[in-house]
Design a protein around this ligand. Structure first.
Ligand code: NDP
Length: 330
């Protein structure tokens, strides 16, 4: 197996980026920093479409060889409109990949026992390979208790402590990697290769679902990693040291052009809704000021059309991986 294929196999063998040696990678960053022209737009939508095709093909093979059809079940509690949209998108993508896609919609006033008993049923259903509980849950439900009740081998979101522990220990092959950082990592690898030795990576945000697992993945790839948060001093200065900058904050366009090192790869995880010109219309923006970032970065993800589509497709990759494990296909 090619060395550069190791990580990609770990999260489902989706893209085989060409091997990039260290000289190539450095010259890429140097040339970008010299030219200071508009950054490359990292097209998450196109990458996700390519991954999706690969997943569909592997799913068809799995079904043909073993009769096992990947099953993804999404549990949603309540009527949160943004969550409804996310769940619809996940269902649509799962169906396009050839999965069995099932949605359980529970009423807003469901009790913890209601949700836990449904998860118990799904944990014991052999046709279900991936279980996802859409967050956030209504305030009266204990999110941690509920997410931890999903069996680790069906935890395709990668939130179970067992999966987090394996990722932190660097055992990527056995773990489900949380979908957003997994997608970010593929986009980073496509820009600078798989070995990030000698590169500084800065992550703004330390959440369990994005910032911390992102740090584990970047460390595993040999980057020198700094995690920033709301108590970090001199944030713009720290951000400016990054060859790879990941923003996962939830503050519209917080990262300005002058926070970005010339030629850096900038991954914008943020999804923020802002009003346009004081009108009632909303528009989605990231945590990075895209207009300023493209003037200085080497490559940058847009919002929308960057990290979002990759997150969904990584969920499909994890579900397929789970089904392949059940069918004993490595
Ligand atoms: P959280 O709210 O859990 O974490 C936000 C992090 O940002 C915290 O660590 C917080 O620090 C830090 N932070 C807040 N304000 C500042 C500040 N002024 N300076 C520096 N750090 C700050 O968010 P998530 O990680 O769940 O999500 C982050 C963003 O990514 C959101 O916009 C979310 O919608 C988006 N998202 C997008 C996904 C996608 O698929 N594209 C998937 C998941 C999330 P502290 O810990 O000190 O409070």
């Amino acid at each position: 197996m090619r060395k550069d294929a190791v990580y990609v196999r770990g999260i489902g063998g989706l893209l085989s980026a060409p091997p990039k040696d260290r000289l190539h990678r450095w010259s890429l960053i140097f040339l970008r920093s010299k030219s200071m022209t508009n950054a490359k737009r990292i097209d998450g939508k196109a990458m996700a479409a390519a991954c999706s095709e690969s997943i569909s093909a592997r799913t068809a093979q799995l079904v043909e060889r073993t009769g096992v059809k990947p099953g993804l079940t999404v549990v949603i509690v309540g009527e949160d409109p943004a969550s409804q949209v996310y769940v619809r998108n996940k269902k649509r993508t799962a169906e396009a990949c050839g999965f069995n896609s099932v949605q359980h919609s529970l009423p807003e006033d469901s009790t913890e026992e209601d949700v836990l008993s449904l998860i118990d049923e799904l944990n014991n259903d052999p046709s279900v390979h991936g279980i996802l509980v859409q967050l956030p849950l209504p305030g009266h439900l204990d999110e941690e208790l509920i997410t931890q009740s999903i069996r680790p081998e069906k935890d395709v979101d990668g939130f179970h402590f067992q999966n987090i522990g394996m990722l932190t220990a660097g055992h990527l092959d056995g773990a489900f990697v949380p979908c957003t950082p997994a997608g970010c990592m593929l986009m980073i690898e496509e820009q600078v290769g798989k070995d990030l030795s000698g590169l500084n990576a800065v992550i703004i945000g330390r959440s369990n679902i994005v910032g911390k697992p992102m740090a584990s993945l970047l460390l595993k790839a040999n980057a020198t990693v700094t995690i920033c948060h709301s108590r970090t001093k001199d944030l713009p200065e720290v951000a400016c040291s990054a060859d790879i900058l990941v923003a996962a904050v939830g503050r519209a366009e917080m990262v300005k052009g002058e926070w970005i090192k010339p030629g850096a790869v900038v991954i914008d995880v943020g999804i923020n809704r802002i009003e346009v010109d004081g009108e009632k219309k909303n528009k989605l923006v990231g945590d990075v000021n895209y207009g300023e970032a493209v003037e200085i970065a080497g490559a940058v993800t847009p919002v929308p059309g960057g990290v979002g589509p990759m997150t969904i497709v990584m969920l499909m990759a994890n579900t397929l991986q789970s089904a392949e494990r059940v069918a004993c296909i490595s």
